[in-house]
Design a protein around this ligand. Structure first.
Ligand code: NDP
Length: 363
């Protein structure tokens, strides 16, 4: 039996968490041989409801679930955590401007970044789901000076899955047959669902669909899918968001197979995207690390779409600038620490009988 890993979920009495927690405990996120300790975090007013959720988890008698604890503060809730899913966020209230929403959440996520820095396992992997997710992840990362920016990600996997599902439906194939879909940028209405590298059994998708449908309808269908579900269901897409969070963490921890996925990660300047922001890229994962898929050709249309969503993220960052500690700014230009890396095997490693074995592989 593997040793248990600690998983923290914030906003644990909320709608998304109500699907998410049971999937984590059942082994859907980290595999059916991985015991779990769940650390649930809520605001003090929601502790009563959270107690009820914890009781239900106990009642499921999940074989992998070794322990459940509930916390009304992130410092305790993040203690020793290996995987942190930050779901709780302040929803937009009546009369609240985008800037107010950013500010309200900035206060929450700067505190959580500090708590992760001080109490989490140094190897913690963080997924931000609570909106505005990309900028919340940036704020948390910038407030965690001892953790690498690469440990902080935000969720665009739901957009990625929506893009695959809707396309597969249009083409009359299964989602497994659709490969190479990418979501670029922000988890917002400016995101760019890119089909230029997508294929079905090697056949380029753009040769199978009408270009006018792609640009005129498909892109906005993906961008506005969340609102369409709220209109249809009278409630937000909590179950699919939970499934996407599971898939994001599972890919990161256990690897991607023969297709890439979309993850919002610190930009390292790939594809000309500004550094300093958390931007969604196509990535492949292996051995618990992710890597941006390189070498995709971008046409003028794609570049313009990618710029638009980049501009939005830069504007969000500017709005919360006063909450971003200046001393953590520089490392965002090299979020994976490549600049300082020396991959040459040094003399010590080569000497016969040396006890030093050095590897500098990253992310
Ligand atoms: P949900 O569980 O439905 O949503 C939580 C967050 O996820 C929201 O920011 C929501 O954004 C975001 N989200 C991302 N993708 C989706 C999607 N596809 N569908 C729906 N939401 C999505 O919210 P609840 O209000 O039910 O629960 C939130 C919990 O968080 C509450 O229990 C509350 O007590 C707690 N909370 C914790 C805070 C803290 O940690 N300090 C602060 C505030 C609340 P959007 O708003 O854009 O839908």
């Amino acid at each position: 039996m593997k040793p248990a890993v600690r998983v923290t979920v914030t906003g644990a009495a909320g709608n998304i968490a109500y699907s998410l927690l049971f999937k984590i405990a059942a082994g859907e996120m980290l595999g059916d041989d991985q015991p779990i300790i769940l650390q649930l975090v809520e605001i003090p007013q929601a502790m009563g409801a959270l107690r009820g959720v914890a009781m239900e988890l106990e009642d499921c008698a999940f074989p992998l679930l070794q322990q459940v604890s509930i916390h009304d503060n992130p410092e305790e809730g993040f203690k020793g955590v290996h995987y942190a899913l930050l779901v709780g966020a302040r929803p937009r209230g009546p009369g609240m401007e985008r800037k107010d929403l950013l500010e309200a959440n900035a206060a929450i996520f700067s505190g959580q970044g500090k708590a992760l820095n001080d109490f989490a396992n140094p190897d913690v992997r963080v997924l931000v789901v609570g909106n505005p997710a990309n900028t919340n992840a940036l704020i948390a990362s910038r407030n965690a000076p001892d953790l690498s920016p690469s440990q902080f990600t935000a969720m665009t996997r739901l957009d990625h899955q929506r893009a695959k599902g809707i396309l597969a439906n249009r083409l009359g194939v299964t989602v497994n047959e659709v490969k190479g879909v990418t979501i670029w940028g922000n988890h917002s209405a400016t995101q760019f669902p890119d089909l230029h590298h997508a294929n079905v059994h090697g056949e380029p998708v753009l040769s199978l669909i009408d270009g006018a449908w792609y640009k005129g309808q498909y892109i906005s269908l993906i961008q506005k899918r969340g609102a369409a579900i709220i209109n249809a269901r009278g409630a937000s897409s909590a179950a699919s968001a939970a499934q996407a969070a599971i898939n994001h963490m599972r890919s990161w921890a256990l690897g991607t197979d023969d297709d890439w996925v979309s993850m919002a990660i610190p930009s390292d300047g790939s594809y000309g995207v500004a550094t300093g922001i958390i931007y969604s890229f196509p990535v492949r994962c292996n051995y618990g690390r992710y890597e941006i898929v390189q070498g995709l050709e971008l046409n003028e249309f794609s570049r313009q779409q990618m710029k638009e969503t980049e501009q939005e993220l830069l504007a969000e960052m500017a709005d919360v600038d006063h909450l971003l500690p200046p001393e953590t700014a520089a490392r965002m230009t090299d979020p994976f620490g490549r600049a300082g890396l020396v991959n040459d095997i040094d003399e010590e490693c080569l000497r016969a009988g040396s006890i030093v074995v050095k590897t500098d592989r990253i992310c």
